[in-house]
Design a protein around this ligand. Sequence first.
Ligand code: PMP
Ligand code: GLN
Length: 405
Amino acid sequence: MSADGATPTRPRDAARVAGMGETVFATYSALARATNAINLGQGFPDDAPDGAVLEALRAGADGHQQYAPMPGDPNLTGAIARALGGALARDLDPLANVQVTVGATEGLFASVQALVDPGDEVVIVEPWYDAYPEMVRMAGGRVVGVPMRLEGARWRLDRAALTAAVGPRTRLVMVNTPHNPTGAVYDDDDLDAIVAAAARADAVVLSDEVYEHLAFVPFTRLASRPGAWERTLTVSSIGKSFGVTGWKVGWVSGPDDLVGAVRAAHQWIPFAVATPLQRACATLLEGVASDGGASFARLRASLERRRDLLTAVLTDTGFTAHHADGGYFVVADATALGFGDGEALARALPAAAGVVAIPMRAFVSGEHCALVDGMLRFAFCKGDDAIAEAGVRLRAWRDRGFAAA
Ligand code: PMP
Ligand code: GLN
């Protein structure tokens, strides 16, 4: 009750969530279900994983029903340390250098909780994965956005803008390569510029590499660059590499002092991650370690082919499609079709065309929203049938003169 005893009230929300909106992925996947549209919005594969993945899941469940150790199941931390250590040419200690988390999401959240105090600045490249700025705000940090540049059909890191944005108050620089949503893959000069800027400010780099095995051009891990390891936390997860986004098993790796800080936060968030899933992930990582990279090469080839299919569909519809060098997504500009407001188009598209895409507006700050006016993000990690049917529907919409429903 309010002070006058008449008006019913409810307990107030904490400031960190008061007025917070819903994530765009919840909104647009619900819209896809409600309208029976093809969901090229949220990034998850819609084909069944292969038999070996399901077999690993069944075997992982066998006899492993109790809490895993807080840092992670030793089979999994061992497999991660071997895989990443091999890639970085560095001897990693599974306990000191790896923390298993509930997907990359909890890895990022725990890292921000571990490193950001109220008032600290966190530099984030825009467009960004929508969770990043919210995680920083929930920790009381101040978000400093650095816009990427569109160079021809490719999105590129603006090294000069990033360097200028990192200063004495910067505690963390959050980057993602291969990049969601633009499909950019940072080259070595980009990575060196990030490391140099962070070093000058004595800041930590949080490198989100969940699409590490889905680059269609040469890919370098940020932590492998000179001077990077000591100040870098690398985040990844099982979801994209094996087409199992619902498993939500991830990890954070880096030098022992930084991983120790992440672990201090993690122990009070979930404490431990589902044991059967960790066992299954260990089996999958051990399996690919012994196949000489063949299965990841097949996965990349299959995704690259679907990128080309979807890009052709979008171009044929009249969109200006950008070029994705990695990941799950292609960005397309509808300005030439007469849609300057990508958010309005994304809301209308399910009813008008029977297809869901995500407005790029969801991935930028208000300050930099002009960068993505008229743009949508489409996922190509879907089956051939879904992409072909989306093509049929989008062309029919084009032939109706891009009419609303
Ligand atoms: N980072 C990026 C860039 C992503 O695209 C995603 C989406 N899956 C995540 C983090 C979250 O990964 P996870 O599902 O493993 O929590
Ligand atoms: N990473 C996925 C995407 O970008 C979504 C993950 C989520 O729904 N939180 O579409």
